[in-house]
Design a protein around this ligand. Sequence first.
Ligand code: CTP
Ligand code: MG
Length: 259
Amino acid sequence: MSDKNSQHSSRAGVGVVVVAAGSGQRLGQGIPKARVLCGGRTLLEHSLDAVLASGVATAVVVVLPAGDAVLSSVVARAAAQAAAHTAEDAAGAVVEIMEVTGGATRTASVRAGLDALPPSVAVVLVHDAARALTPPAVFQRVAAAVAAGAPAVVPVLPVVDTVKVVVGDVVTATPDRASLRAVQTPQGFDADALRAVHASSHAEDPAVTDDARLMEVHGRAVHVVEGDALAFKVTTPLDLVIAEAVLAQAPVLGVSPTT
Ligand code: CTP
Ligand code: MG
């Protein structure tokens, strides 16, 4: 334990892995979801704006579909903007932004991003590019909770629907809704702990839909912080309609998308 603590304290920085390598089957536009436009800009641009606006990242790895020139240029532009911003503000820390190619599953894509992060980062945040309107404050809450010592942190919201367990077409249980939470991203982790659980699990396991689950199966405590309704995942055409409406109504809703 003391070894681990001294190793942790010799590290610094927060790495953010933005997974954007999915194909967007449920959205059904025939292009990778991160490239789909919302309010005239790609979902990936919205996501990167939020990461950079949060100010938590020292390094960002964007995980892309193989050979996607459009998304590559989005990452290159964000990197150039971050470099220009650093040059303007001498006190600002350099944010390194790079891209890597993802894998066949979300877990494989996270792993590719994790491998590309500088080994020096002490904290890793993993974020779905599809949660394009996530407020910067959510990144700040998650990063702060990991910095305060939690090995794993997820943003959550109360569940509004009653949830049933169904086997075949028969309801077998109704979990107490008061104890249920819907989980969002960014999910935050002690970097060593996340690397360790990824190293000892299979990227193809269909039961592993997020990194917090990997921590759970390895017996690590997963803590929660408050999520945000705006961190919803754009998954279906209806979600995209909602995201467009949110951007159109941003002043009314008190959100401040960067345009
Ligand atoms: N993702 C990824 N690599 C994969 C699969 C998913 O990087 N092989 C990313 C997606 O780009 C997305 C996030 O993981 O930002 C959440 O996944 P999901 O919403 O399921 O996106 P898609 O897999 O693209 O959508 P679908 O399942 O409808 O095809
Ligand atoms: Mg998917």
